[in-house]
Design a protein around this ligand. Structure first.
Ligand code: NAD
Length: 329
């Protein structure tokens, strides 16, 4: 592809991705599968890597999420809520490991924590002196929506934690399979459009102005990280997860420490096989450098931490489509 063609293709991919972002993050109504979106994004990233002078700050490759809805009060995140870089196969996981080791110095040991990537809505919860005061969506990463009243209806969110800490924790609100099936059955009965998937149902429920609607949707939450954190010195992400659980937050029990990238790959393969047994949706595995000093050393790009990556499962719809194409050839 010559430069002129690359410019045209980049323009067209950006327009398309912007449209998909709006449908997914703002309207909660995607028109393409995540796999189709991810492949277009990969194509854009590749073209931008080949032509770095064409990267602009408003490119979808540089932006997190979507615009917050005007119906809600805006919340400025003191520490941005970022997205994650993606890996789609073992080679890309090994490449991530190589970059991390290079970043912290080849002599240092690096150990990882693997977590299930819950397919829901990223939110932040703020506690002042141990009391839940504000809950917000990620929004565009810097500005989110104040959805405190809706989050209060999720029973697994503690309204008071076990220490009088002032902290902000982050996690994923989601709709368990059982609630999703019941909701869509009820919607079909009342001739309303069913939700495309549990992720959109969770996002749609939490961005309702009437908290009674969110309360009726049986949502749940797993907390997996922190924003502002004045709760003493801890050395690793795994210690933070344990401490969060002690404070009364619901963390996902399936996380695991993985001393090498081969252990990470084993964990990924295990969950690729057994994710069907969970009673909630996951769309991948998140891999994080465990040591917090190393995390700090690695830092962030404009959109992602360099110390974490999301491995994405191959999408089932995509597999069906490939099979369809193969059959029709
Ligand atoms: P992402 O899905 O690649 O990953 C980042 C998010 O993972 C975090 O913000 C957090 O919300 C979530 N997460 C879940 N469990 C986690 C854990 N244990 N630790 C840390 N984070 C965890 O990135 P994104 O910015 O949220 O969304 C982009 C993705 O959304 C795309 O890759 C695509 O799959 C999907 N998308 C789809 C469409 C569409 O039209 N179908 C449009 C836009 C985006």
């Amino acid at each position: 592809m010559n430069r002129e063609e690359a410019i045209e293709q980049i323009k067209s991919l950006r327009e398309e991705l912007e449209q998909y972002n709006h449908e997914y993050h703002v309207l909660d109504q995607p028109s393409v599968s995540d796999y189709q979106y991810d492949m277009k994004m990969q194509e854009l990233l590749k073209l931008e890597e080949e032509h770095p002078d064409l990267v602009t700050s408003d490119s979808p490759s540089q932006r997190v999420g979507g615009e917050p809805l005007d119906a809600f009060q805006k919340v400025q995140h003191t520490i941005p809520m970022l997205s994650l870089g993606n890996a789609f196969n073992e080679d890309e996981l090994r490449e991530f490991d190589r970059r991390v080791r290079e970043g912290v110095g080849v002599d240092e040991d690096v150990s990882y924590v693997c977590e299930l990537k819950i397919d829901g809505l990223a939110i932040s919860l703020r506690y002042e002196d141990g009391v839940f005061t504000q809950g917000a969506t990620r929004g565009d990463g810097t500005t989110g929506e104040d959805i405190t009243q809706n989050l209060r209806t999720i029973k697994s969110i503690p309204l008071r934690i076990k220490e009088e800490e002032t902290i902000e924790v982050r996690g994923e609100a989601f709709m368990p399979h059982r609630s999703f099936i019941a909701l869509n059955e009820a919607r079909e009965e009342s001739e309303e459009e069913p939700f495309a998937n549990p992720r959109n149902a969770a996002a749609g429920s939490l961005r309702q102005l009437d908290p009674k609607i969110a309360a009726s949707r049986n949502l749940d939450i797993f907390l997996y990280g922190v924003g502002q954190w004045d709760a003493g010195e801890l050395e690793s992400h795994s210690e933070r997860l344990e401490y969060m659980q002690k404070l009364g937050f619901k963390t996902n029990p399936e996380w695991k420490k993985c001393p090498t990238i081969e252990d990470v790959i084993d964990y990924v393969n295990t969950w690729t096989e057994s994710r069907e047994n969970l009673n909630y949706e996951i769309d991948g595995i998140v891999i994080k450098v465990d040591n917090l000093d190393q995390q700090e050393e690695l830092g962030f790009t404009a959109k992602n931490p360099r110390w974490a990556i999301a491995y994405k499962f191959p999408a089932e719809e995509a597999i069906t489509k490939i099979t369809d194409i193969e059959l029709s050839v």
